[in-house]
Design a binder for this molecule. Structure first.
Ligand SMILES: Nc1nc2c(c(=O)[nH]1)N[C@H]1C(S)=C(S)[C@@H](COP(=O)(O)OP(=O)(O)OC[C@H]3O[C@@H](n4cnc5c(N)ncnc54)[C@H](O)[C@@H]3O)O[C@H]1N2
Ligand code: MOO
Length: 396
């Protein structure tokens, strides 16, 4: 029996199978969750001119404590048509350009106005420049705002829009096929016959991918038949970047994924990882497609998808840092020593403290619904007490 591959080595080998996909230009409205293929540089100063941050009056700080003569008005979206001279004020609104000559805005709550005459009734501004957003305070033209390989979050999209962009260069989304295998599976919602169970992995994996920069995926199911599997793998490889199979990864007489990959003309890269759950994970190539064979047990499929499938999709989709970040938190309770495979225990992190959930058998789905973290216990790790630190990965 060949040695089990360490997780990090398997992740590195998987990501090395193929470079990120090419690039395309997408409108900002379609950019959410995509990865930038190039740095975003500001095309303009923001703000491009000093703007008022409040509704009130633009004045010269040196003229305090007033009174002033109101000589004009400037609203957001228009340019001031005259300067503010000594003893003068102009009515101004939030977001409007501060007229030349003025250096301070006084809020309307602090003044009284009668006709053109304005007098101070409150404390007034305490410093020159008060309530003014300086030119280029957010960023200046030419500033590097967003880095290639970073994910386009709503905040990043807002920044790109403000910088002058209407569309962005991003990596192409991988096309992923999900293929669940097994004679025992029925579609969710159908009544299972004797010995049958609902296919929970297909919809779970589709949901996991829906949060990623993958093209939309419709899971497909086939029975345990090696020849049919080989035929379908061959077909899928022509039009997909990644084929994910679930189940049939182990050593049973009906576990056909490795055999079918070979029959279809593909190449096995690795099989079996030093992790629990998830040991029988398969990776290989078939034409230009990458085949990832996840184990069928629900928790095994979830954990291997978190550690291998999602990073692969992110890598192909142009992510600079595709692996889930490892965080650290104290344990709520003692934890037994680690074994011969690295454990990824379904756990909850709450108020900064980690608790492994009851029921770590890989056939269960209920702990997957409760978990918000995978607690990492290394091979041969010593037993730990409550309060000792442990590594974990946050999961959605
Ligand atoms: N003799 C050995 N038996 C097993 C080994 C081993 O090393 N020697 N490894 C075990 C481990 S670890 C795992 S994990 C499983 C993986 O098995 P397979 O990937 O071959 O998966 P199946 O046998 O097809 O199914 C396992 C289990 O999961 C259920 N399943 C499968 N697909 C789905 C789905 N889409 N939705 C919900 N549940 C699914 C299936 O009914 C089985 O109960 O092998 C061990 N065996
Ligand atoms: O490694 Mo299997 O994934 O224990 O259940």
């Amino acid at each position: 029996m060949s040695a089990l591959l360490p997780v990090e080595e398997a992740q590195a080998r998987l990501l090395a199978l193929r470079a990120p996909l090419g690039r395309e230009t997408v409108a900002l409205a379609d950019a959410h969750g995509r990865y930038l293929a190039a740095d975003v540089l500001a095309e303009r100063d923001q703000p491009a001119a000093p703007l008022s941050a409040m509704d009130g009056y633009a004045i010269r700080f040196d003229d305090l404590p007033g009174p002033w003569t109101v000589t004009g008005e400037v609203a957001a979206g228009s340019a001031p048509d005259r300067a503010v001279g000594a003893g003068e004020a102009q009515r101004i609104f939030t977001g409007a350009v501060v007229p030349p000559g003025a250096d301070t805005v006084i809020v309307q709550e602090d003044v009284a106005r009668e006709g053109d005459r304005l007098t101070l009734t409150g404390d007034g501004p305490d410093s020159r420049g008060r309530h003014i957003r300086a030119r280029a305070a957010d960023f200046a033209a030419g500033d590097a705002l967003l880095a290639a390989g970073s994910r386009l979050t709503p905040g990043a999209i807002a920044t790109a829009a403000m910088s002058g962009a209407g569309a962005l260069s991003v990596a192409i989304r991988p096309r992923v096929a999900i293929l669940t295998t097994g004679d025992e599976l029925v579609a969710p919602g159908r009544a299972p016959g004797p010995g049958q169970i609902p296919d929970s992995n297909g919809v779970m994996l589709a949901a996991m991918l829906a949060g990623e920069a993958a093209a939309p995926v419709q899971p497909r199911h086939i029975r345990d038949d090696r020849a049919t599997l080989a035929k379908i793998l061959k077909e899928l490889a022509r039009s997909h970047d990644v084929i994910v199979t679930v189940g049939g990864a182990s050593v049973g007489d009906h576990d056909h994924v490795r055999g079918a990959l070979g029959d279809a003309g593909g190449r096995l890269d690795f099989w079996r990882i030093a992790m629990k759950p998830g040991k029988p994970l398969i990776a290989g190539t078939l034409g230009d497609a990458i085949l990832l064979g996840l184990p069928g047990n629900p928790s095994s499929a979830f954990v291997t998808a978190t550690l291998f499938l999602l990073p692969l999709v992110r890598h192909l989709a142009g992510a600079r840092a595709p692996l889930p970040p490892v965080q650290r938190a104290p344990l709520a309770a003692p934890l037994d020593a680690g074994g011969t495979r690295r454990d990824y225990l379904r756990a909850r992190v709450e108020r900064g403290v980690l608790t492994p959930l009851v029921g770590q058998e890989s056939g269960r789905t209920l702990p997957l619904a409760a978990a918000n973290a995978l607690l990492i216990r290394d091979i041969g790790a010593p037993a730990r007490d409550a309060g000792d630190a442990a590594d974990y990965i946050a999961i959605a």
